[in-house]
Design a protein around this ligand. Structure first.
Ligand code: FES
Ligand SMILES: [Fe+2]
Length: 366
């Protein structure tokens, strides 16, 4: 994407605004050229969660996903090795896999080129009639693959540093707060379309300043949301939120474990509480739209009635957040309120997130 149009981001003015506790410009949530830059400079080099490794348990298993604007396929080859590729045929850009599954070869459905699970071109029909055609020149384009816990991640950059180097503070924070999927059993996958720019969604998830209002009868019925109790820890590309259950939460039978939330810039959300642990992501799907989806795991032996009530608490919380960002998005387009004023004692994670976005866009503009 080197031919990308470089918008005038007015970085000096934005730098000053961020330093004063203001938001990034409203135009950055609705401008197609900013969005293109983000796909290239943020998502094009970032680790994206693609799903649970249990979906790749057997040789031949493969799953498809999006890493920003890049379609990917992750395979388990016949020797048990994991591989990741851009899910684009080397012939004429059809995907080589259109759904998750298990096969010995990947076959493009357009003209039937087939690929080994390690990406090598196995066969192109009628290739024998093409002088000089060398299969070795047309392997699938690789992407980086890594794992953490039960989760598989990809990075479109084939030379990306490993996940643990990209998020050096994450494992120690996770260990400190018992972020461990072992003992949980797989529960379900959920997916929501969000009518807002991906950053609006991340910001909503980065503060609980709105919890006493928006989530008065949902999240706030389970956990402490008061200023000074609800804790934020912002370290590098890892933003963490922690809070204990409140008195109302006792009706769910909470055992007193804190709610733990991690955001790994730019797209990953991990959460854990007494009932669930979940791993989700945000996929930008347009300047003013995104999808958030994820998988959840359940503690074994829970009372099904309590789980149903807990599910409903989270369903309400999610819907309230979606409704809020859907209202914000068109207002960001008005152009007459170019910056919001953050409340850093409650919104430090948003300030940190804005600085990460700013630095990522600035990094390659110089
Ligand atoms: S596009 Fe894949 S075989 Fe033609
Ligand atoms: Fe919320």
């Amino acid at each position: 994407m080197s031919a990308i149009h470089e918008p005038d981001l007015q970085l000096g003015a934005v730098d000053e605004a961020l330093a004063k506790g203001w938001t990034i410009p409203a135009s950055w949530y609705a401008d197609a050229s900013v969005y293109s830059l983000e796909l290239e400079r943020i998502f094009g080099r970032a680790w994206t969660l693609v799903g649970p490794e249990q979906q790749l348990a057997n040789p031949g298993d493969h799953i498809i996903a999006q890493a920003g604007h890049v379609p990917v396929v992750v395979t388990r080859d016949l020797e048990g090795e994991l591989h990741g590729f851009v899910n684009v045929c080397r012939h004429r850009a059809y995907p080589v896999a259109t759904e998750d599954g298990c096969r010995k070869l990947l076959q493009c459905a357009y003209h039937a080129w087939t690929y080994e699970l390690d990406g090598r071109l196995n066969r192109a029909p009628r290739a024998e009639a093409e002088p000089g055609f060398d299969k070795a020149d047309f392997s699938l384009v690789p992407v980086s693959v890594d794992t953490w816990g039960p989760l598989v991640w990809v990075n479109p950059d084939p030379h990306a540093p490993p996940l643990r180097e990209a998020y050096p503070g994450f494992e120690s924070l996770a260990a400190e707060h018992g972020m461990d999927f072992s003992g949980y059993t797989y529960h379900s996958r959920s997916s929501y379309s969000i009518p807002a720019n991906w950053k609006v969604w991340v910001e909503n998830a980065s503060e609980c300043y709105h919890c006493p209002t928006i989530h008065q009868h949902s999240f706030s019925d389970a956990y402490e949301v008061a200023h000074g109790v609800y804790e934020y820890r912002n370290e590098g590309k890892v933003l963490c939120q922690l809070t204990p259950p409140n008195a109302k939460g006792e009706r769910f039978g909470l055992a007193g474990q804190e709610y733990r939330y991690w955001y790994l810039f730019p797209s990953t959300f991990l959460q854990m509480d007494d009932f669930y642990t979940s791993a989700g992501r945000v996929h930008p799907t347009g300047v003013e739209s995104c999808v958030t989806d994820g998988d959840s795991w359940l503690q074994p032996g829970l009372d099904p009635a309590a789980v149903a009530e807990w599910d409903e608490m989270w369903r309400m919380t999610m819907q309230e957040d979606i409704d809020a960002v859907a209202i914000q998005q068109p207002n960001l387009r008005s152009g007459l309120v170019p910056h919001g004023r953050l409340m850093p004692s409650s919104e430090s994670a948003i300030a940190h997130f804005h600085r990460l976005c700013f630095e990522a866009l600035r990094e390659r503009l110089a």
